[in-house]
Design a protein. Structure first.
Length: 125
């Protein structure tokens, strides 16, 4: 037997057989890009302050110093898993998997919804 065995890393079953969503791309980028307010926005991953998932509303809030990104939909947890692994780096609401994607800039609110920005969810147009 030859001692020069080349091992190829096997893809996980999830990577081999799961169907990705059209709502986000999976790759590794240092910047998270998203479509909100009629424009493409980008925030560097390293500046993320915190995140919070509201299970009863299927809503994820990503807090950056500039503002909060509010994401809602039936596949938001799948997106969040990819986001935490720096694999889901480009997001746009598709009306199916991700129904809502809003940006609330810091200072735009009267303070009523700072703890829970998901209270005023409106679908991205």
């Amino acid at each position: 037997m030859n001692g020069n065995v080349i091992r190829v890393p096997a893809r996980s079953l999830k990577e081999q057989f799961s169907r990705s969503s059209e709502a986000w791309k999976e790759q590794s980028d240092p910047i998270f890009r998203f479509w909100a307010e009629g424009d493409w926005w980008g925030f560097p991953f390293f500046s993320l302050s915190a995140s919070r998932y509201f299970g009863d509303k299927e809503t994820l809030c990503l807090y950056w110093p500039l503002g909060t990104v509010v994401i809602a939909g039936p596949k938001v947890l799948d997106f969040y898993a990819g986001f935490c692994a720096h694999r889901a780096t480009c997001l746009k609401a598709d009306g199916k998997d991700i129904k809502v994607l809003n940006l609330i800039l810091s200072g735009d609110s009267d303070g009523a919804n700072e703890a829970d920005p998901s209270k005023d969810l409106k679908p991205e147009k």
